[in-house]
Write a protein that binds this ligand. Structure first.
Ligand code: NAD
Length: 286
């Protein structure tokens, strides 16, 4: 399990995070298979990656040759076993549902040898519980990337109860190879980042619900008053309201009332107001 010699990867789930992770892995020189159950999502993911790389070329951050080489290293599949065949590392980025992730890790564990690093991009779920269903749980770790993946430098590498130091070190080294700046965290609910980020996000939503101020003004308060690069409500729109609701529900179960999701969040998710990806959340997106 040597991150420096890894040549191929599979990324499971081609949504907001999956397409970003696949892009950066391809830019790092790995051949990447992006897997999803939904073919239209895969087509959309390839368009998003192409657009991100085109923007990089426009800004002079990526050469046209590197963009084309990265696109050439990407393929897509709707067949899980075909997607992961022969890969050195799998990074899972399907929706934040424990049972779904466990089903996938069980299949991966049964079909892939113990030398394959298995990582989940979960924002908050217990890596130990995901790993528990897998033969050779020692090769399972969390690799928690941030949105947008091609820009954000942080990766939380999460060490589960049974993760081997070889797996944790491989995930740290792979993150560095991808140009990221990883931190090593124990498997506690919400890790180092989501727990605090969600607490601030939920409080900002309660303030909107109570009419304390508009979303734009609450965000402005944190940007101008506290030096946040982006307000918590705008961030929620970028992350996805459904994603944040799932995390809040999980942290509520694990850590109690302080993570109870506000009614406004539940209502918006029920109406399909999921943030930027659906055109509306706490803001309107064109
Ligand atoms: P998303 O809803 O944008 O994408 C999920 C993708 O998974 C969709 O393309 C969907 O078609 C696909 N999918 C659904 N069921 C599947 C299955 N059984 N097999 C394969 N693919 C399936 O979600 P996202 O925001 O990319 O989040 C994915 C994971 O990353 C979650 O665990 C989330 O908590 C975590 N995460 C999200 C963010 C963020 O900012 N959005 C940040 C860090 C981590």
């Amino acid at each position: 399990m040597n991150a420096h010699t890894m040549q191929s990867a599979a990324v499971l789930g081609s949504g907001t995070m999956g397409n970003g992770i696949a892009q950066v892995l391809a830019q790092t020189g790995l051949s990447v298979c992006l897997y999803d159950i939904a073919q239209p999502q895969l087509a959309k993911a390839l368009q998003t990656i192409q657009a991100n790389l085109d923007k990089g070329v426009e800004k002079g951050k990526v050469t046209a040759a590197d963009r084309d080489a990265a696109m050439g290293r990407l393929r897509v599949s709707t067949d899980l076993m075909e997607a992961v065949k022969g890969v050195d590392v799998v990074i899972e980025a399907v929706p934040e549902k424990l049972q779904l992730k466990q089903e996938i890790f069980q299949q991966l564990g049964t079909h892939l040898g113990p030398q394959v690093l298995l990582a989940t991009n979960t924002s908050s779920l217990s890596i130990s519980r995901i790993a528990a269903v897998t033969p050779h749980p020692e090769r399972v770790v969390g690799m928690h990337f941030f949105n947008p993946v091609h820009i954000m430098e942080l990766v939380e590498v999460v060490e589960a109860d049974k993760s081997s130091s070889a797996a944790v070190e491989a995930a740290m080294a792979l993150s560095t190879r991808m140009g990221k700046d990883p931190i090593r965290v124990k498997d506690a609910p919400g890790f180092a980042s989501s727990r605090l980020g969600i607490a601030i996000g939920l409080e900002a939503m309660r303030m909107v619900q109570e009419g304390v101020a508009s979303p734009a003004d609450i965000d402005k308060a944190m940007v101008l008053g506290y030096g946040f690069p982006m307000g918590p409500l705008q961030l929620t729109d970028l992350v996805g309201l459904d994603v944040r609701l799932n995390i809040a529900e999980y942290l509520y179960k694990e850590l109690g009332d302080r993570f109870l999701a506000p009614e406004i969040l539940r209502e918006k998710v029920a109406k399909g107001e999921l943030g930027k990806k659906s055109g509306k959340g706490f803001y309107e997106w064109k």
